[in-house]
Design a protein around this ligand. Structure first.
Ligand code: URA
Length: 294
């Protein structure tokens, strides 16, 4: 076997080790593997690769339970309560409440001199600055290590995130957790954020005015966290951070810059759940990400 193939085989085995703890079954069974990779694996293990059917794979993903992270549960519960929007009736009657007064300032203004993430989070409480506020349950500020080297940025909360007040806790989030673990990192080691902090109704794309209103918060989060590397997930996160980035199919796996911080776009995990054939490619991009962090 030539060295390249050995390298690929070793890499796949490493991935399998990393995934086994959290995935149901091992790599050979769980991931869709290209014909070329199947040949390599067969050479290495001496066994034909057994693959799961699409149905079995999505069942494994659906049934997979994210381990409880008590460190963040308490913090986030607190955040969930804080983030609840005030009742509309309350807003009308209490025109002098600090929440209402702060609504007169844009996100850019409240973010400008925020000294840390907690202050920024508090300043965003009860935000009514864009139409997304009307239908959201919770503001999903972001979560993770405030000094993380690696920052993942999604588009905006989905239904599960809106309920729980935490980013990436639904099916797509579980897949993202797998990708993060595949490079030996725990969710707690990184920071997860979104372009908009409130769920667009029916999971539609956020509108331009919603993004423009909210994105100063994300930019301030980046400034405060100062990550070594940013990973944008999908088109919306990528294009709103890197103005001249091509579509995600071209941009994925390449390296761009945002304020002198390298940015690597990746396929959005929700897209990967629908198009599992892009998974293998995404695992390769995760290796590029890992190398950047060393
Ligand atoms: N999709 C996103 O873009 N962000 C989340 O937090 C969850 C799903």
């Amino acid at each position: 076997m030539n060295t390249n193939k050995q390298k690929v085989a070793r890499y796949l085995n490493q991935l399998a080790d990393g995934l086994e703890q959290s995935y149901i079954g091992n790599l050979n069974y769980t991931l869709p593997i290209s014909k070329e990779m199947q040949i390599v694996l067969k050479q290495v293990t001496g066994q034909p690769v057994k693959q799961k059917t699409e149905d079995q794979r999505s069942e494994a993903l659906t049934n997979w339970q994210q381990p409880d992270s008590t460190q963040f549960v308490a913090k986030q519960q607190e955040g969930t309560q804080q983030n609840k929007a005030p009742e509309p009736a309350q807003q009308e009657s209490k025109t002098d409440s600090p929440i209402i007064l702060s609504q007169q300032q844009s996100c850019e203004e409240i973010a400008k001199d925020a000294p840390n993430l907690s202050t920024l989070n508090v300043r965003l409480r009860g935000c009514m600055r864009c139409p997304l506020a009307n239908e959201r349950q919770t503001i999903v500020f972001g979560m993770g290590n405030e000094k993380a080297d690696l920052l993942f940025i999604g588009e905006g909360p989905g239904a599960d995130e809106d309920q729980q007040g935490k980013p990436f806790v639904g099916k797509a989030g579980k897949l993202l957790t797998q990708l993060i673990r595949s490079i030996g990192l725990a969710r707690q080691a990184i920071y997860l954020g979104n372009v908009v902090k409130c769920r667009p109704p029916g999971n539609r794309d956020p509108h331009i005015e919603e993004i423009e209103s909210c994105i100063p918060i994300l930019k301030k989060q980046i400034e405060l966290i100062q990550p070594k590397l940013i990973v944008t997930l999908g088109n919306i996160a990528t294009k709103n951070l890197i103005a001249d980035a091509p579509g995600i199919t071209k941009a994925a796996g390449n390296i761009y810059q945002f304020n002198n911080i390298p940015v690597i776009p990746l396929f959005h995990p929700a897209f990967l759940l629908r198009q599992q054939s892009y998974l293998e490619q995404s695992w390769v991009y995760m290796q590029i990400i890992r190398k950047h962090l060393i």
